[in-house]
Design a protein around this ligand. Structure first.
Ligand SMILES: Cc1cc2nc3c(=O)[nH]c(=O)nc-3n(C[C@H](O)[C@H](O)[C@H](O)COP(=O)(O)OP(=O)(O)OC[C@H]3O[C@@H](n4cnc5c(N)ncnc54)[C@H](O)[C@@H]3O)c2cc1C
Length: 307
């Protein structure tokens, strides 16, 4: 058993690193534990155009390296390993990885998540070359073009309508004959002349030549196959928060996102959750950074009051 840290942060994406920057600057002894490489989901992104302060855009590696360097400069400590359990029945809390145990007076969960993939040929090949999981992030790259949205839930329908602001046509491909999205979102989409729906249909392949040029579709009722030209494919078939180690420890919504209040506090005093893993997150980098800052300041306040 090692020393007791003031703060242990689980996850080294933008949310975790931002939290770490603030806790170490408040002179809190902080260990950040990451299971793979620092940076999280954004690490493979070539062009981020909506993170404030970069008028010419920035790529994921550069952005993460800069935040990591900044946090390291003030003394953030790093540990590597997958956190498998968090024990809040004891104080200090115990954080377990496969090989180690750490103790902390407060914990910030910043373990993010992953977009569910379609798992069809071409999806991986054309990621960031026309395949996207975030219209808010990438929609602007498709200005004046025709795109496909895959899915039928709230995110798919909301983002399809968002894409009509820049795209000439948005075709929503859905495997069922009706949407799962909230009625108000459905009404908005049905009323938008730029949105078309293809029902009972799945994408079997994403095609292209260097970048996306179209999708191969199959109608599940008629077995009819056809090709739909498009330069962008936005996939909205789900998001998996990396919250399994925390199930039964902190309350979550039905999708496995951790419930927090406005200060990122979970129901357990001293345990916070930030970024894409928390409920109602906008799943944007600036939001992840902001959450990290909020939780760090809240953790500082909590530790001051519970010396
Ligand atoms: C391809 C792509 C492009 C995007 N483009 C943009 C964009 O242009 N603009 C924008 O604002 N947003 C963009 N986003 C969204 C943005 O990347 C996320 O909102 C942001 O990364 C969330 O940060 P996070 O720190 O909460 O989580 P993550 O980035 O998911 O980081 C979580 C980290 O925790 C680690 N981890 C998970 N579980 C454990 C565990 N048990 N133990 C230890 N470590 C663990 C993971 O390995 C990961 O490093 C994009 C996302 C993708 C996938």
């Amino acid at each position: 058993m090692t020393q007791t840290h003031d703060v242990v942060i689980i996850g080294g994406g933008v949310a975790g690193l931002s939290a770490g920057l603030y806790t170490v600057r408040a002179k809190l002894d902080t260990l950040l534990i990451e299971r793979t490489v620092m940076g999280g989901q954004i690490i493979n992104s070539e062009a981020i155009e909506n993170y404030p302060g970069f008028p010419h855009g920035v790529n994921g590696v550069e952005l993460v390296a800069a935040i990591e360097e900044q946090a390291s400069k003030f003394g953030l400590q790093y540990g590597f390993g997958e956190v498998t359990a968090l024990d809040v029945s004891k104080r200090p809390f115990v954080i377990r990885t496969e090989e180690e145990e750490h103790r902390a007076r407060s914990v910030i969960i910043a373990a993010g998540g992953d977009h569910v993939k379609l798992g069809v040929p071409g999806e991986q090949e054309y990621e960031a070359k026309g395949v996207s999981y975030c219209a808010t992030c990438d929609g602007n790259f498709f200005t004046g073009q025709e795109v496909v949205v895959v899915g039928g839930g709230d995110s798919a329908v909301e983002e399809a309508v968002y894409l009509t602001r820049m795209c000439t046509k948005v075709t929503v491909v859905h495997r069922r004959d009706q949407l799962r999205a909230a009625k108000i979102l459905q009404e908005r989409a049905f009323a938008n002349p730029k949105v078309e729906f293809v029902w009972n249909t799945v994408v079997e392949e994403i095609q292209g030549n260097g970048s996306v040029s179209g999708v191969a579709l199959r109608n599940l009722k008629t077995e009819e196959k056809r090709r739909l030209p498009a330069t962008g494919v936005f996939v909205y078939v789900g998001f998996n928060p990396n919250s399994r180690p925390f199930q039964g420890v902190v309350p979550m919504d039905a999708g496995g996102h951790i419930k927090v209040d406005l200060m990122m506090h979970t129901e357990i005093p001293g345990v916070f959750a930030v970024g894409d893993i928390r409920w109602k997150s906008t799943k944007q980098l600036a939001n992840a950074a902001g959450d990290g800052v909020t939780a760090a300041l809240a953790a500082y306040e909590y530790l001051e009051q519970n010396r």
